[in-house]
Write a protein that binds this ligand. Structure first.
Ligand code: SF4
Length: 430
């Protein structure tokens, strides 16, 4: 993700493919986190998870453990207040993590403005992690982040010591830890005069600075900012109503699913579309995954758009095996993002001479695609095929410069814009 617009686009696509989904966006606590949180809320996230500089997984690099990020406390208080000031606090839950160890740590975060708290390192230690920080080596000596199962296997691989995990004991350990934390949080909630922890969200006035007053004065953090009342309608305007976005993908999905329920094994939908028709095919892909019995009865759904159509962002994202999507004209960003089967073809329309000239798609074509055949007439804008992990991709652009074989980086030799094929793990790109 390179901008808040990218994030808004991704959230919109995720909610199109699964309208029930709650989208959580994890953000490190950095300077300006309040403004960032407001942007993430406006982008449509349901949960903002702020991660402070304490903690970090055993796989974190040493320099990022020591020199990156700000305390979770600062992030929570700034995000909570910025969201209240912009009237968006009721739209999102604020979660946080980063070095929490006790129920008291968690309650302090809630008083500063968090709704929920995450424990990561603490939970790992509860199941037996020794925080040796070697997860990335795949040879965890206590059998957590490794595929090694037995002492014999470990000896064969040259490990000096290895203790296989006892899963019952690990589960018992983590249950005990969280029961103790929960008891402490219940006791503190009662001592603060409340019966519900969520009633204490943002009650920073209940905190008191008891140490370090000669070094830092925290009084600017320790006051209660009341929530603004939720405005459901404005005087003289009433409730604002807008046309539901991505309505065409819902319409197409209903038509195809009705045809399958009528006994059809194959169906074709044809239309002309414009850039405001976003995430086309996304809702249908989600419905086929949610309804496997219907999906089994469908051989193929052909979605044909043309002859001078330009599909909006997220065209053919999340496709499944049964989808065959064709567009004549072009498509904007995020085409075939995370495709998981099927076929997607983006062609130029025929000109007055009956020829298809040039052609391209927007940014992030086939981003993270796992399966399927994805074809573009012409080139692609930046970030094509990043994290490609299994799909076959064909670009039909003409080679305009001789290939520079002294460079080994496939992306720099391709007829594509920046970052092409970064982090690609599998699949084929021609
Ligand atoms: S003990 Fe295992 S899980 Fe814990 S940090 Fe070391 S390698 Fe990672």
């Amino acid at each position: 993700l390179y901008s808040i617009e990218d994030l808004a686009q991704l959230i919109e696509e995720l909610k199109t493919v699964n309208p029930e989904a709650k989208v959580s966006v994890k953000v490190p606590v950095v300077p300006g986190i309040g403004v960032i949180a407001v942007g993430v809320a406006k982008a449509g996230a349901d949960i903002i998870n702020l991660t402070g500089y304490d903690g970090a997984t055993g796989a974190a690099r040493r320099h990022s453990l020591q020199y990156v990020g700000l305390p979770t406390e600062i992030g929570i208080i700034q995000a909570h207040r910025a969201l209240i000031e912009s009237g968006l606090r009721h739209r999102v839950e604020l979660w946080c993590d980063g070095g929490m160890k006790t129920g008291s740590d968690a309650v302090k975060m809630i008083l500063l403005g968090a709704n929920r708290i995450g424990f990561a390192t603490m939970a790992m230690v509860a199941i037996g992690c020794t925080i040796c920080r070697k997860c990335h080596e795949g040879t965890c000596h206590v059998g957590i982040t490794t595929h090694i199962k037995t002492v014999e296997e470990a000896t064969e691989k040259g490990l000096k010591s290895f203790v296989p995990r006892d899963y019952d004991m690990a589960v018992d350990g983590i249950v005990r830890v969280f029961n103790v934390i929960a008891d402490e949080m219940r006791r503190l909630t009662a001592q603060l005069g409340s019966t519900c922890l969520q009633d204490l969200v943002g009650r920073a006035d209940l905190l008191e600075q008891v140490a370090g007053l000669d070094m830092v004065d925290l009084s600017a953090m320790l006051y209660h900012m009341p929530m603004k009342p939720r405005l459901l309608s404005e005087p003289g305007i009433g409730r604002r109503l807008t046309r539901p976005r991505n309505s065409l993908t819902h319409t197409i999905s209903n038509l195809i699913l009705n045809a399958v329920q009528d006994g059809e094994q194959e169906a074709t939908y044809e239309d002309e579309v414009m850039a405001y028709d976003r995430a086309l095919g996304g809702y249908l892909a989600g419905e086929l995954v949610r309804n496997p019995r219907i999906a089994q009865r469908l051989n193929c759904a052909h979605l044909n758009f043309g002859p001078s159509s330009i599909a909006g962002n997220g065209f053919a994202a999340w496709t499944t095996d049964q989808l065959d999507i064709f567009i004549e004209g072009g498509a904007q960003d995020g085409v075939a993002k995370s495709a998981n089967g099927g076929r997607v073809v983006v062609m130029k329309g025929l000109n007055h001479k009956g020829t298809r000239l040039d052609g391209s798609v927007g940014k992030s074509f086939a981003y993270g695609a796992q399966r399927g055949l994805l074809i573009v007439q012409g080139n692609a804008d930046s970030r094509a095929c990043i994290r490609l992990s299994g799909a076959d991709v064909i670009f039909g652009g003409e080679i305009t410069e001789p290939l520079d074989d002294t460079s080994v980086n496939v992306g720099t030799r391709a007829n594509l814009k920046g970052f092409a094929c970064e982090y690609m793990t599998s699949g084929r790109v021609i």
